[in-house]
Write a protein that binds this ligand. Structure first.
Ligand code: GTR
Length: 421
């Protein structure tokens, strides 16, 4: 889309939608609210020990998010089989081993397949890996001609040459800017990525993707407390870890969940659902990710649930324009990752995702890390741009827009070296 058309169209949408025109970007207009205490049970009991946190409070918070925000997975579905479709021990300028591994799942007479693209450092026996979804297919993250093009449904994107919801050669390498593969390999890490549309196409249609494999008879939509697309994508990351445990080239005890934007919401929920993730990164995840909902700054629950009705479970709609009624907030989601290392990152020009709300969330989650004698974001004062705070819970805000940059990756690697043990 040309910039002018885009501007006109944005203006049109903004003036048409009462919800969007109410978007607040003014810190002085953030409502005052009580921050729900991660260490106080719903019945009002103060939690003072790791034992009580793990036995009582963590499960009740987890179930709240599961039943009311992301939706629960109806039943366990394990990998039926996996196939190494392709392997090359001399990929990426001779630096990496490349593998493309297809996982296959079967139920209800249906099959779902998705492919993990792996680049692993050649000189490492068992590599720690960053695992993250990509938006437009594995072939977009690299110029590497050997990477397969997915045949799954994709969002059209004129600048990437994606038409008729079909990925083609035209988009190869279009997203190399977001994936610092060489830096990751040089630091001794592997990269594993999956096209998210193979697990569940990103549209409000629940007849396709993984959901349809787990319906009961005559069901064609998840129940109000059952999984939306974010939980489905998170499930796909969890199953990838099942595969990593079988791959002798991967250190499955050092898998770091990474995600940007909607896929950052996804990496957070994956990290919460499965403690095998040794670390979690949220890059510009915003509303329904790291940002605190009750601040109503930038994107709000009503807006996100209206524009993307398939991302969260239907129960979450209850809090549209009703954030006050939420007994939790997103800092408590982050707290569920404790004591594992967590990195929350924002971008200065990404006000839609509420950088301050993402920062405060990391701060308020830190009290749970203290139970484990770990440090996080101790201050309530936001750091200056490009001045990261590195601890078990880390945070940075960088210059620039909603994106993933080399600066982000350099910091993730530094933090992983120091904290993901
Ligand atoms: C936006 C959405 C955000 C964020 C982003 C993305 O349109 O409002 O919550 O997830 O998409 O995923 O790129």
């Amino acid at each position: 889309m040309k910039p002018l058309t885009c501007f006109v169209c944005c203006f049109f949408i903004l003036s048409m939608s009462p919800l969007l025109s109410q978007t607040n970007y003014d810190e002085s207009k953030v409502p005052s609210f009580e921050v729900p205490d991660p260490l106080m049970t719903f019945k009002g009991k103060k939690i003072k020990t790791v034992k009580k946190w793990e036995k009582t409070r963590r499960p009740e918070l987890f179930h709240f998010f599961e039943n009311n925000v992301y939706g629960k997975i109806p039943k366990t579905l394990k990998i039926d089989s996996y196939t190494i479709l392709e392997q090359d021990d001399n990929a990426f300028n001779g630096k990496a081993k490349r593998k493309q591994v297809e996982l296959s799942f079967k139920n209800n007479g249906k099959t779902l397949r998705y492919t993990i693209l792996l680049y692993l450092p050649k000189n490492k026996v068992k590599a720690p890996v960053f695992l993250g979804y990509n938006f437009y297919g594995n072939h977009t993250i690299t110029e590497d001609k050997a990477v397969f093009i997915s045949s799954a449904w994709a969002n059209n994107n004129e600048s990437f040459g994606i038409e008729n919801n079909t990925l083609t050669e035209v988009s190869r390498g279009k997203r190399t800017n977001r994936w610092a593969v060489e830096k990751i390999l040089d630091a001794g890490y592997g990269l594993a990525t999956i096209y998210y549309g193979e697990v569940d196409p990103d549209k409000n249609d629940f007849t396709d993707g993984i959901h349809s494999l787990l319906y009961q008879q005559d069901q064609n939509h998840p129940k109000p407390d059952e999984w939306g697309s974010i939980a489905a994508w998170s499930w796909g990351m969890v199953r990838a870890v099942d595969y990593f445990e079988k791959d002798p080239d991967i250190d499955a005890s050092k898998v770091i969940a990474f995600g940007h934007s909607r896929l950052g919401k996804t990496s957070l929920w994956a990290g919460v659902m499965d403690k095998r993730f040794a670390g979690v990164i949220s890059n510009d995840s915003g509303c329904g990710g790291a940002a605190m909902s009750k601040r109503k700054f930038g994107e709000t629950l009503a807006v996100i649930n209206d524009r993307f009705p398939h991302w969260f479970c239907d129960n979450f709609n209850e809090y549209n324009e009703n954030e006050e009624a939420l007994p939790v907030d997103q800092h408590q989601l982050l707290a569920l990752i404790a004591p594992r290392p967590l990195y929350v990152a924002s971008a200065q020009e990404d006000q839609w995702a509420d950088p301050r709300g993402e920062f405060l969330s990391a701060h308020y989650a830190t009290q749970v890390y203290h139970l484990y004698d770990k440090e996080g974001i101790e201050t309530m004062e936001m750091p200056k741009v490009n001045e990261p705070i590195h601890n078990t819970v880390s945070y940075h805000i960088r210059t620039g827009k909603h994106d993933v940059t080399d600066y982000d990756w350099e910091n993730y690697i530094k933090w992983a070296n120091a904290y993901v043990k």
